[in-house]
Design a protein around this ligand. Structure first.
Ligand code: NAD
Length: 270
């Protein structure tokens, strides 16, 4: 954070947001998280496979008065992640927070997906956690601790009304990875938790809804709103606030668990 910026619950911390960009114009969860973590005092490493998306997120952080380094890397590529981490350490010297936010999917059931598509989804959504954790945990251990926040989905704990098999299975694995890693690293003061977003209004979702219901995307979006007990989709900022809490020292006694941010959606089917 630049001198004079307001101190917050993440003052002095360095946060790496993996999947920091947005897959379309507007605010994604990653981009809103970059700005939210920065407003709380963290300097941001905005990592994305799409360099322009990483630069856009970094630009928004700077617009908000924060400090950010955009880096390009595919979270499923260990060499690229090592290079990104090296660049981050050259700039900031440490990493206190990892938000593992990159996620991809393909709508459909077992007969609608190729093995290659299945493998790629698991690599980006799950194997990436192994890659990032193996890189960052030793660093965080040497620094005296850290916080990892993974990003799952309600699709990882419930059927969401349409088949999204590869994504749903991967998002269930995200939760269990975090639970297991939390046990592994608790003594090293590295906390590992998961945020479980519900139906969030991001550019990706707007595009998917338009594609699935091309007759009337606005009506489909309104139908998504009505599904939720609170009466609307969530905003990426509402997910980012949960990430910021779990990343901060206010959550110092919280590890190996999940924070569901879904406006009551999964409670309907409990
Ligand atoms: N939007 C929702 O309703 C919703 C709900 C539940 C969970 N989530 C999860 O939240 C996360 C963010 O969702 P969003 O809708 O804001 O996404 P988004 O698609 O708008 O943004 C994701 C970003 O990740 C980047 N990315 C994709 N693959 C990558 C890779 N291999 N390496 C590095 N970067 C990569 C993309 O370039 C993009 O900038 C995802 O994990 C998603 O599964 C979203």
């Amino acid at each position: 954070m630049t001198a004079g910026a307001p101190a917050g619950r993440l003052a002095g911390k360095i946060a790496l947001v993996a999947g920091a960009g947005s897959s379309g114009p507007g605010w994604s969860i990653g981009k809103a998280s970059c700005v939210t973590l920065a407003r709380q005092g963290a300097a941001i490493v905005a990592l994305d496979a799409d360099l322009a998306a990483a630069e856009d997120a970094a630009h928004e952080v700077e617009q908000a008065g924060g400090s950010a380094l955009p880096v390009q890397a595919d979270v499923a590529d260990p060499a690229a992640m090592q290079a990104a981490l090296d660049a981050a350490l050259r700039r900031y010297g440490r990493i206190d927070v990892l938000q593992a936010n990159a996620g991809i999917g393909k709508v459909g059931g077992p007969e609608d997906i190729t093995l290659q598509e299945w493998d790629r989804i698991q690599q980006v959504n799950v194997t990436s956690l192994l890659i990032a954790t193996r890189l960052l945990a030793p660093l965080m251990r040497d620094q005296g601790g850290g916080a990892i926040v993974t990003v799952s989905s309600v699709a990882g704990i419930r059927y969401t009304g349409y088949p999204h098999l590869a994504y749903s299975v991967s998002k269930a694995a995200v939760i269990h990875f975090a639970r297991m890693a939390a046990q592994q690293y608790a003594a090293d003061r590295i906390r590992v938790n998961t945020v479980i977003p519900g139906l969030i209004d991001t550019p990706r979702v707007a595009r998917n809804v338009a594609r699935m219901f091309d007759a009337d995307a606005r009506a489909a979006s309104a139908a998504r709103d009505r599904q939720v007990p609170i009466g609307r989709m969530g905003t990426p900022w509402e997910v980012a606030n949960a990430v910021a809490f779990l990343a901060s020292d206010e959550a110092s006694y919280i590890t190996g668990t999940e924070l569901v941010v879904d406006g009551g959606l999964t409670g309907k089917y409990a």
